[in-house]
Write a protein that binds this ligand. Sequence first.
Ligand code: ACO
Length: 440
Amino acid sequence: MTTKAETKTPRETVTLIDNSNGRTLELPLLPGTVGPKVMDIRPLYNDLGIFTYDPGYTSTGSCKSAITYIDGDNGILLHRGYPIEELAEHSDFLEVAYLILKGELPTAVQKTKFVGDITRHSMLNEQINFFFRGFRRDAHPMAVMCGVVGAMAAFYHDSTNIHDPHQRMIAGYRLIAKMPTVVSWAYKYSLGQPFMYPRNALSYSENFLHLMFATPCEEYKVNPVLARAMDRILILHADHEQNASTSTVRLAGSSGANPFACISAGIASLWGPAHGGANEAVLQMLTEIGTKARIPEYIGRAKDKNDPFRLMGFGHRVYKHYDPRAKIMQRTCHEVLDELGMKDDPLLDLALELEHIALNDDYFIERKLFPNVDFYSGIIFQAMGIPTQMFTSLFALARTVGWIAQWHEMLTDPDQKIGRPRQLYVGEPMRHYVPLDRRG
Ligand code: ACO
């Protein structure tokens, strides 16, 4: 089969020629507002009897979306058109959440109402308290989150009808509002400390720090520098178009599953070390490397094809340039360490040196491997006193906004169908059953 692009007015097409039988098919090229064009292959199977083969979806657009745009070659990330740098600098997490969910920055009145709505949904049904108590104290927080968030469908039946726009909105608000409570309770449970309840007078990020670090015994004063840093980290993780966990949420939702089940599926996918689990893995890797003198050994291992070791927090499917979130994260890391009097933190020192060596190494240069968002976030979390096991849960907390927005966009897309990929079958052709006594 050969493929040639043709430019025709009024629309561009690609003509596919099946060289095995000479049949041709003209497929439209769909333009986005920015970014590469997309070939609409929907008639392909019907007209030529052929499927596409693209494991890992390296060349496949699974949907159309107006939420987030990434230009990986130039390190650009836009939410609803706004650059991530501007949002991280001037906005706050709930304002960015509103933008991602609704498409526009809120007016002052809209913002006050939205913040109020989220704030007043932050308590968990008290029965969930007992659900938590069924887990082992040493359970991984992401395992607890998969379970608790999935179980929320059993506690909030009144927001599981996906065909009702109001229920969809309430489910989204509940998930965004309650996620800090869920994450912090997973943490408190692991410590054996009492669960803390949300405080409505605090901002989203302040409340999260309060839930994590306050105890009923004494007043906890939220450090404003840490609250701002946490807010920025949440903004940086809020959405990232069709990554593995978001695609998982969309695929789960495409069958009509309820929103709590879909977000739980997203959490499961995020947990993997090639995705959100990388922030935990970066800290483990830095701790294992230990000293600058051992960096060359680990760089050598990362380059060795016979060694499964990879430099965690490095590389990205879409960014072939410095991840713009990693730059902001690095700055935030310095701010937090300065605030905490940890300017000479050996882990940050090690990370900066590792980054420097990798960015000057031909292997990483040729493959365009740069630090991603996870490279610095773990150092910040650790400085804040958050244990390594909790890191990916914080990513899930922030990404819930993006998952909800993408799930909602999918459900309201007239082109939406149940997600059902096909395959290249390489197994046995049909054969007939052989009774047990005639086998072998
Ligand atoms: N260390 C060493 N080599 C790497 C790394 C790395 N971190 N990442 C990619 N490579 C190499 C691969 O071995 C491959 O080399 P080759 O061409 O000689 O075979 C080449 O770079 C391309 O890598 P792929 O695995 O094909 O790229 P892919 O787009 O499938 O993977 C991924 C992207 C999963 C992020 C990968 O870079 C990786 O495993 N990074 C480490 C884990 C990590 O940090 N994940 C977080 C991603 S960001 C996020 O989810 C928030």
